[in-house]
Design a protein around this ligand. Structure first.
Ligand SMILES: Cc1cc2nc3c(=O)[nH]c(=O)nc-3n(C[C@H](O)[C@H](O)[C@H](O)COP(=O)(O)OP(=O)(O)OC[C@H]3O[C@@H](n4cnc5c(N)ncnc54)[C@H](O)[C@@H]3O)c2cc1C
Ligand SMILES: NC(=O)c1ccc[n+]([C@@H]2O[C@H](COP(=O)([O-])OP(=O)(O)OC[C@H]3O[C@@H](n4cnc5c(N)ncnc54)[C@H](OP(=O)(O)O)[C@@H]3O)[C@@H](O)[C@H]2O)c1
Ligand SMILES: Cc1cc2nc3c(=O)[nH]c(=O)nc-3n(C[C@H](O)[C@H](O)[C@H](O)COP(=O)(O)O)c2cc1C
Length: 1078
């Protein structure tokens, strides 16, 4: 007995068109599959389409006796261009049959091998470009791969040189194809009546078609073919045609095959019209998919440094450092596995359409498909089906594609690319990638780049930008005497080659300050060292650790400041750490380094793992430690003090070991500030392109008056940004205006004051241009960080009275009690004294302030609710200052967010959550979740996702939520919505009211409630539940130790330690925490 196929709610007349993502249709289908499961139906203007989302159903549709290729929607629209060419033909069209039989032999192995030289020629052009532009150049890999693959196609199919690399612009042909196909999709989703009135859209469509054809289609002939080429290169098409006819060649290119051969079956020849359409097809379908795959592969191999290293090793080993030969290609087994894995995760054609010849039932009798119903096989989703590819199906793991494993996957699990192209594509992609790997080290421009997709005919990574640094080796030389560390504009002052206030730059000793940092602490410390360097006689360059991968300099000290994340490196240090791990002997001889590690005691098992690993690997591979490695705990009271001590020791060690000229002035470390009287450049600054800005849609209070404020904020994301439940939004905040005014008042300046900053060392402040001082104080620096001991020393140096100097000295000697405990900032201290007592110049004050850090917030929604919108649930930090109970401390990020109004634009980006904090792939897996206060945030996204899945007919597992707040009336955030989800049957909620425990069965905190409800928890855990904890680290610790107590209550022989050990073993792979203390 069949069951109805689930379908999203329809709107009369247009059906489900509104649910489709017109920018990236694939994203819409992926989300609908998540919501509706293995199969769903959509209605496009009355036309039903079935989406197939699992391997099992896909396999049934691969039966060619029952299902045929279906050309519908966008492809029918595309026939105005491709007609009965191979790509857009109906199977029964005669020209398709002729072309198919004629051309198949032209794609045989020998023919493709003969293309090797042409392919290499054009690959060289790409390599040359990357080499010439140098390591600082920002590369759009999709654009360059498109140039290479389009040129390869034109040369190999019709012996035509397009010379795309001699043209600055991206190939117009490629972008015209993408625009054309997107328009095909949009037209297919529009009612014809609406299309008829959309004259500008129709005009654009016709223009694109004409451009791609060269001239209108009603006069098709061979010259037309060359006319469209004429649109791509500025060559006289008639001459090319004449030339081919006047000088026939033996070259077995596809143009010759089509011009000169007859169909072996019928003896028919292709007419001119058909030749043109097929040539168009080759160029359209052939280049775009290859360049997309190469771009995705580039993304995946950079993202996975261990893969990159393996790939380099294989290429080095196979080629022996020599120029690539055809015979090498067959020996790149790991490279081939990487290509397959890329094609699995990002299939160039992410969906294809088939239709049953007759009425059919699939899914073991479950789903009825009427004859000729178009069925979209969602390859992008089916190739990630955990039933075939395992629980790590979403991960890039080339090893699953080699050593005989690939062959063992069930039939059709890997949907091979189109017959005609596979061999050509595989060869060209292998060649291009092998040559790139052999020549360059690649890195992201933005180390935290998160993959987004753009879709035309095929898919490509959106806005992927990389850097290609020529490898210094062959095989591999690591320590190099001169250094070319990339620097982004904001970290290098334009005036760094100028003499500063007290120091001559050309006398300085080179120094390299490298950081691995996600949230900015290590970066701020590194910045601080780099800024002070000139005072001690060093010219510092500041960069990420990744920027120094394979290339640690030996001509000056290297100082490293780095953090760990779940035992892994920060985003901008992953390549570096992997590279260190790959060293074999004394490659780092000559490198001299000092290292400071940031960590947090909450991660006791992986405490300081990365700094310690870097330290140990560097020393064991020949680098010389300049001093004892420093380690600080970011949550600890003495964090800054420990760093200060490290910095003081660092300068002592460096000035002893290097011959340098130091500046004596304690204020020479400051910015040189020129006060100017104009506000003219403000408008320029405000005219910044705002593509990465999100828009606030809603900002409302969730708590009752008298309770610490919590807010719900909804953002419309910048276009193309996607997320998963559990991810974070990273926000670049601004300081509270109140605190900016405090600074202006202290320095007696107006908020309209414009300044020009110049700096001898690297800085993250805007230099050498007029800027508003207010803007600098608002957005570029942290104003409320505790003063460091070094800050105190500098203030002592400019104190004008003995009593003030003595007071500052006292603060320094009782640093913990006088500065850290009350969290006294430099500004707080300055305000305590008349300005005449501490004569600190504004430039020095600015230099003492750390750069503004981003703040991260868990997204509290699911993309199934709205893929373009994300919500936050924040706790606003506004409480009596620890320094002075009569003053209010305002947290920067939370207060910035709290003040936003609908329509405000905010600099945001999505960051992937660490450590698997996402709803389980299989929605039927039960969840046990603990959240206190705003720790409910990501869990709300999980519940919302399940509620939507359940409402769409999916079988979802229960969520048992332990939620902690003060009382049921004041701060039980989202109560109404949570109750609705309880009613829906997706949620079972167990509150704990800390200030009114009587109303929660006597349980004060979530861990008490866990104890109270332990039988339910045990049952659900035995039912394979996954566990998630979010909130402050105290909550996580409380829950884990209470759970260990439950184990002990069942087995009294267990010691507390053994119980915890057993708990961790039992929870292995089924437990994720997301904790942080503000
Ligand atoms: C992965 C992740 C996810 C997160 N998700 C969320 C979320 O969903 N919701 C949420 O609300 N938060 C979340 N946070 C916390 C959030 O990022 C911020 O840390 C928090 O909002 C506080 O930042 P702030 O800029 O407002 O405060 P800051 O300006 O950074 O001030 C905080 C500092 O001030 C100190 N301080 C606190 N009180 C006082 C006082 N009375 N006087 C003087 N000093 C004081 C604190 O010790 C702390 O060092 C998350 C954090 C992480 C790392
Ligand atoms: N992804 C993340 O990492 C993430 C996401 C969101 C929030 N957070 C963090 O979570 C924290 C939550 O802050 P908030 O202001 O939202 O919470 P809150 O309102 O201050 O506290 C929520 C509840 O937790 C209780 N609580 C206090 N100490 C506890 C303990 N040791 N064990 C269990 N419960 C305890 C509180 O009780 P009493 O006040 O009555 O003692 C209150 O009932 C912040 O530090 C925030 O940065 C982290
Ligand atoms: C999600 C997360 C995971 C962390 N994992 C670790 C860890 O494994 N080991 C450790 O010592 N510190 C860990 N920390 C603490 C950070 O390393 C520490 O806060 C550091 O100061 C952050 O530096 P950054 O701001 O330069 O990124 C973690 C912090 C977060 C938010």
């Amino acid at each position: 007995m069949s069951v109805p196929i689930p379908q999203p709610p329809r709107i009369p007349f247009i059906g489900n068109v509104a649910q489709l993502d017109t920018t990236v249709p694939l994203n819409g289908f992926v989300l609908l599959a998540k919501q509706y499961g293995e199969i769903f139906k959509i209605d496009i203007l009355g036309r039903p389409i079935i989406s197939i989302n699992t391997y099992a159903l896909q396999q049934e549709l691969c039966d060619q006796k029952k299902f045929r290729k279906y050309l519908g929607g966008a492809m029918v629209q595309a026939r105005v261009l491709g007609g009965d060419g191979l790509f857009t033909a109906f199977d029964d069209e005669p020209n398709w049959g002729i072309a198919h039989r004629l051309l198949t032999p032209a794609f045989n192995a020998v023919a493709i091998r003969d293309m090797f030289d042409d392919m290499q020629d054009l690959t060289d052009q790409l390599l040359l470009k990357w080499e010439r532009f140098g390591p600082e150049h920002i590369i759009d890999p999709s654009e360059d791969y498109t140039k290479a693959t389009l040129d390869i196609l034109a040369l190999c199919t019709m012996s035509l040189r397009l010379n795309s690399f001699y043209n600055e612009e991206p190939p117009r042909f490629g972008s015209a194809v993408s625009e054309f196909l997107k328009e095909c999709f949009l037209r297919s989703a529009r009612p014809s009546l609406l299309q008829a009135v959309m004259t500008s859209s129709s005009r654009k469509f016709e223009e694109l078609r004409q451009y791609l054809w060269g001239i209108p289609s009603d006069s098709m002939s061979i010259p037309i073919l060359l006319s469209f080429v004429f649109g791509v290169i500025k060559t006289d098409c008639a001459v090319v045609l004449k030339d081919r006819r006047a000088n026939p060649t033996d070259k077995k290119d596809l143009l010759n095959t089509m011009l000169n051969s007859a169909d072996p079956k019928t003896g028919a020849r292709l007419n001119d019209d058909s030749i043109i359409k097929n040539l168009l097809t080759f160029l359209v379908a052939g280049h775009e998919t290859s360049s997309g795959t190469l771009s995705f592969m580039t993304y995946y191999v950079i993202k996975n440094p261990e893969v990159w290293r393996k790939l380099q090793n294989e290429v080095d080993e196979v080629t022996g450092g020599q120029r690539l030969q055809y015979s090498h290609l067959g020996r790149f087994s790991f490279l081939e596995a990487c290509m397959r894995e890329t094609l699995r995760l990002a299939p160039a054609a992410p969906m294809r359409t088939v239709a049953p010849y007759e009425d059919t039932v699939i899914g073991g009798g479950k789903y009825f498909l009427p004859a000729n119903t178009p069925c979209l096989i969602q390859t992008f989703t089916t190739q990630r089906d955990p039933a075939v590819w395992g629980a790590d199906a979403n991960e890039f793991r080339p090893e699953r594609m080699m050593d005989g494993k690939f062959e063992k996957y069930p039939p059709n699990a890997f949907q091979a690319p189109c017959l005609y192209w596979s061999a050509i594509r595989l060869q060209e992609m292998k060649m291009i990638m092998a040559c790139v790997v052999q020549k360059f080290d690649l890195s992201f421009i933005d180390p935290s780049y998160t993959l987004e997709i753009q879709q035309g005919l095929s898919i490509k990574p959106k806005d992927l930008r990389i850097r290609a640094r020529p490898r210094t080796s062959g095989p591999r030389l690591y320590a190099t005497p001169s250094y070319s560390m990339p620097q982004n504009k904001s970290t290098q002052s334009k005036s760094s080659n100028r003499a500063g206030p007290a120091i001559q730059a050309d006398k300085l000793v080179p120094m390299y300050v490298l950081y691995g940092s996600n949230t900015g602490t290590s970066e701020a410390f590194a910045q601080r060292i780099a800024s002070a360097a000139a005072t001690y006689g060093f010219a510092a360059k500041l960069g990420t650790l990744d920027s120094a991968t394979g290339n640690l300099p030996t001509d000056g000290p290297v100082v490293i400041v780095t953090a760990s994340y779940e035992g892994l490196p920060a985003d901008n240090a992953a390549q570096f750490v992997d590279w260190l791990g790959s060293l074999k002997s004394n490659e780092l001889k000559g490198v001299r380094f000092a290292l400071f590690g940031c960590g947090h005691s909450d991660w006791d098992r992986t405490l300081h793992k990365i700094p310690l690993l870097c330290d140990q690997l560097m020393a064991s591979h020949g680098a010389e430690r300049l001093m004892k490695t420093g380690l600080g705990l970011s949550g600890a009271q003495d964090f800054f003090e420990v760093f200060d001590q490290f910095e003081a020791d660092l300068w002592k060690a460096l000035t002893t070991k290097y011959t340098v000229t130091q500046s004596q002035s304690s204020t020479s470390i400051g910015f040189d500030i020129e006060i100017i009287d104009t506000v003219a450049s403000r408008a320029d600054t405000l005219n910044q392109p705002d593509a990465a800005l999100g828009t606030v849609k809603e900002n409302k209070v969730l708590t009752q008056p008298g309770h610490p404020v919590k807010r719900h904020i909804e953002f419309e994301l910048p276009e193309g940004l996607t997320y998963r439940a559990g991810d974070y939004l990273s926000i670049l905040p601004q300081n509270p205006p109140r605190d900016v005014q405090r600074v202006l008042a202290r320095f007696n300046l107006s908020e309209k004051q414009m300044v020009v900053l110049s700096s001898i060392g690297p800085t993250s402040l805007p230099t050498d241009q007029p800027v508003s001082l207010y803007d600098v104080l608002l957005g570029y620096v942290e104003l409320s960080q505790p003063a460091t001991t070094q800050d105190l020393r500098i203030m002592m140096g400019v104190a004008t009275t003995d009593s003030t100097r003595a007071a500052l000295k006292e603060m320094r000697s009782s640093y913990q009690a006088k500065i850290l405990a009350p969290r006294l900032s430099v500004l707080d201290i300055l305000e305590k004294y008349p300005s005449s007592d501490i004569n600190l110049p504004l430039g020095v004050f600015l230099r003492l302030l750390p750069p503004m850090r981003v703040r991260q917030y868990s997204i509290s929604s699911s993309p199934l609710w709205n893929p373009q919108h994300a919500t936050l649930s924040i706790s606003v930090l506004e409480s009596p200052s620890l320094a002075d109970k009569n003053k209010i401390f305002l947290g920067v990020g939370s207060n910035y967010l709290s003040q936003l109004n609908p329509g405000d634009r905010v600099q945001i980006s999505v960051r992937e959550s660490h450590g698997g904090f996402h709803p389980p792939e299989d929605p039927s897996t039960p969840i046990i979740a603990f959240g206190a206060g705003s720790g409910l945030a990501p869990l709300r996204g999980f519940i919302q996702e399940r509620a939507l899945q359940k409402s769409s007919g999916r079988n979802v597992g229960k969520i048992l939520l332990f939620f902690g707040c003060r009382d049921p009336e004041g701060d039980y955030i989202y109560k109404k919505q949570l109750d609705e989800w309880v009613k829906l049957g997706v949620l079972d909620i167990r509150p704990a009211f800390s200030r009114d425990p009587a109303k929660s069965d006597g349980c004060k905190y979530v861990q008490d409630r866990l104890w109270n409800d332990r039988d339910d928890v045990t049952d659900l855990f035995d039912d394979n539940a996954q566990v998630f904890i979010c909130g402050s680290s105290r909550v996580a610790k409380g829950v884990m130790s209470k759970w260990a107590e439950i184990l002990r209550s069942n087995d009294p022989t267990l010691s507390a330690e053994d119980a915890m050990k057993r708990l961790e073993e039992t929870m292995q792979g089924r437990y994720a925490t997301d904790v942080f203390d503000a």
